[in-house]
Design a protein around this ligand. Structure first.
Ligand code: ADP
Length: 616
């Protein structure tokens, strides 16, 4: 019996040893299997997470991989910004749906005193398993729940009711040892998470952190490349614009030289003709109007240039008056008459309705219409008709200038009002013009609060320019400029006039003209000399050039006014400088007028003429 018992115990012991060995082997096999599964997961994570540079894809990849080994109803990836000590959701997935990460609020992290779960994880730098989130929130911190429909609920207040019990895994992700974010996995099944889940998530989060960093580096590099490309493009564009502007400037200078030479040629010929003239001066009737016409043309070119420069500097003032459209049109037609007649154009002017009264700068408006009429004449074949049509439309005045000329190509139409517009057509070049007429038209019209449009059905089909001006309030009738000026001069016919100009030809010719008009004239070719002459000559009027050597015209004016002994002479500046600052300086020094060279002698004589006695 004893033998039997001993045998049984020995057998039991042997069986136990075998069973234990079996259990041990089975456990080892399971661990091996587990290790293999983990290794497989890690391998896939390495492949999957490093295969993309898009942060949303990286987070999705992590969720899918982790979801194979860890129960998951939701996943949140948040970045932690140490500078502002805040966490911001960058990836949000709840119950099978991707939601906008902005749905979750940015949360402040109080690393020193905060008691929330995320604060805890960031502070410790270690992953945590929260078996009951709700219970944990009761002990402090904030927690937000996202419903199936993507609704965010704050579970932090003690009376808030979570939809489900929830457990969570929170794992920090780090770069160079510093926490830069948190991956959070959630499950609605109580007790779903165990220590091994936390360890799996921890091992998956490490490659995700590297992948996210790479994605960020790539995104930054991409942004830098885009920015650099943008800057390079902008540089290239501005270089091109500069080159284009430079080219336009060169073309403009060439055109300017050409345009200034054009009137000079007939003047030179006329002078040569006059030199060989007979004592009866038979060439005079031919030459004088010719010279006058060409000088007028040159003066207009220079006026346009000055205007464009003043407009560019925003210093072109409008002198608005109460004017009648018919008068403006009359002046414009008169100014364009030489070109219209030269081309034998048939000009039809129609102003519909009664008189149209405008509050506008009559001179500028006439310049606008004259520019359009000149173009209509220049860009049409000889003999073709030109129409000018004006009428009131509502609270606007509409003026149209139409021709049947060469027309405007469609690609040129949108740019037609740009200054110095290069026109390739050699034929058009030969028609003359500086390429600033239309830009002046637009600027003047805009200064009046109006607008201008160009239309053409294409080459050979004529052009039409339409101006619309607001009617605006009526102004009192203006006193003509020349009359106003003359009113301040003493009422004597013969005046003592000192002409100061460092170009003797200018001074001498003007003095001779004044003598012819019955005045007494003296000349001075320099500033110092001018003051000396003024001291003993005591002129009534000084016509003063401003750009003088040694003593500027301004200074000469000041010294002459300071001479004392009777009324100071009236001073009129006659100068090449027509900018507003020049005009303001002469006004401040007491000059009565500021005329820009070349001065129209008729205008000057009108200024010097005695005032008519006032009629009461
Ligand atoms: P330009 O001094 O060259 O005439 P503008 O500014 O007045 O300068 O006009 C610019 C360009 O517009 C002209 O060179 C011409 O090509 C075109 N253009 C202007 N008016 C007309 C028109 N009535 N018919 C055809 N082309 C025109």
């Amino acid at each position: 019996m004893q033998y039997l018992i001993a045998a049984f115990v020995a057998m039991l012991a042997a069986t136990s040893v075998v069973t234990l060995g079996l259990v041990h082997r089975l456990r080892a096999q399971r661990l091996e299997l587990e290790r293999n599964r983990r290794a497989q997961l890690m391998y896939e994570a390495a492949l999957r997470l490093s295969g993309t540079l898009e942060s949303q894809e990286i987070c999705s990849g992590l969720r899918e991989l982790a979801g194979r080994a860890i129960p998951c109803d939701g996943m949140v990836v948040s970045s932690f910004d140490a500078a502002s000590s805040t966490v911001r959701c960058v990836y949000l997935w709840v119950n099978g749906q991707h939601l906008d990460p902005g749905t979750l609020p940015v949360l402040p992290i109080d690393l020193a005193n905060g008691r929330g779960m995320q604060t805890e994880v960031i502070r410790s730098g270690a992953g945590r398993l929260y078996a009951d989130v709700r219970d944990r929130v009761r002990r402090g911190g904030r927690y937000f729940d996202v419903s199936r429909e993507g609704r965010v609920r704050d579970l932090s207040p003690p009376d808030s009711q979570p939809a489900v019990a929830r457990c969570a895994l929170m794992v920090p992700y780090k770069l160079e040892g510093k926490v830069v974010g948190i991956v959070q996995m959630m499950c609605d099944t109580p007790g779903a998470y165990a220590g091994e889940h936390l360890s799996i998530l921890e091992s998956l989060v490490a490659p995700m952190a590297v992948a996210l960093e790479n994605a960020e580096l790539y995104a930054r590099a991409h942004r830098e490349i885009v920015e650099r490309t943008r800057v390079e493009l902008a540089l290239t564009q501005s270089e091109e614009q500069l080159r284009e502007a430079d080219k336009r400037k060169d073309e403009f200078l060439a055109t300017l030289a050409h345009e200034l030479r054009n009137p000079l040629a007939p003047i030179r010929t006329a002078v040569a003709l006059l030199q060989t003239d007979s004592p009866q001066h038979e060439n005079l009737p031919l030459c004088l109007p010719m010279i006058e016409r060409q000088l007028g043309h040159m003066a207009r070119l220079l006026d346009d240039l000055l205007d464009i420069s003043r407009i560019g500097r925003g210093t072109l003032p409008l002198r608005k008056e109460r004017i009648e459209l018919a008068d403006v049109v009359g002046h414009a037609v008169e100014a364009s008459r030489p070109l219209i007649d030269a081309g034998r154009h048939d000009l039809a002017v129609t102003l519909e309705g009664g008189p149209i009264i405008l509050a506008a700068d009559g001179t500028r408006l006439a310049q606008v219409l004259s520019n359009l009429l000149n173009n209509a004449a220049r860009y049409s074949d000889a003999g073709s008709p030109i129409e000018l049509f004006g009428r009131r439309e509502g609270d606007e005045v509409v003026i149209r200038v139409r021709d049947r000329g060469i027309g405007i190509p469609a690609d040129l139409l949108p740019r037609i009002f740009e200054p110095f517009l290069p026109v390739d057509d050699a034929l058009e070049r030969s028609r003359g013009g500086l390429g600033i007429g239309l830009s002046l038209v637009r600027k003047f019209v805009e200064l009046h609060g109006g607008r201008v449009e160009a239309a053409s059905e294409g080459p050979g089909r004529g052009s039409e320019f339409t101006i619309r001006l607001p009617l605006g309030p009526e102004l009192p009738r203006a006193v003509p400029v020349a009359r106003r000026a003359a009113a301040s001069l003493p009422v004597t016919a013969r005046r003592r006039i000192l002409v100061v100009d460092d170009v003797p030809d200018s001074a001498d010719s003007l003095a001779a003209l004044l003598e012819r008009q019955g005045h007494d004239a003296r000349t001075a070719y320099g500033g110092v000399e001018a003051v000396q002459v003024a001291r003993e000559y005591r002129p009534d009027i000084v016509l003063l050039d401003l750009g003088l050597p040694q003593l500027s015209g301004y200074e000469v004016g000041r010294q002459i006014r300071a001479l004392g002994g009777g009324d100071p002479p009236l001073m009129i500046a006659i100068t090449g400088w027509g900018h507003d600052e020049n005009r303001e300086r002469t006004r401040a020094l007491g000059f009565t007028h500021h005329l820009v060279k070349p001065v129209d002698p008729a205008v000057l004589m009108q200024l010097l003429a005695p005032a008519e006695p006032a009629k009461n």
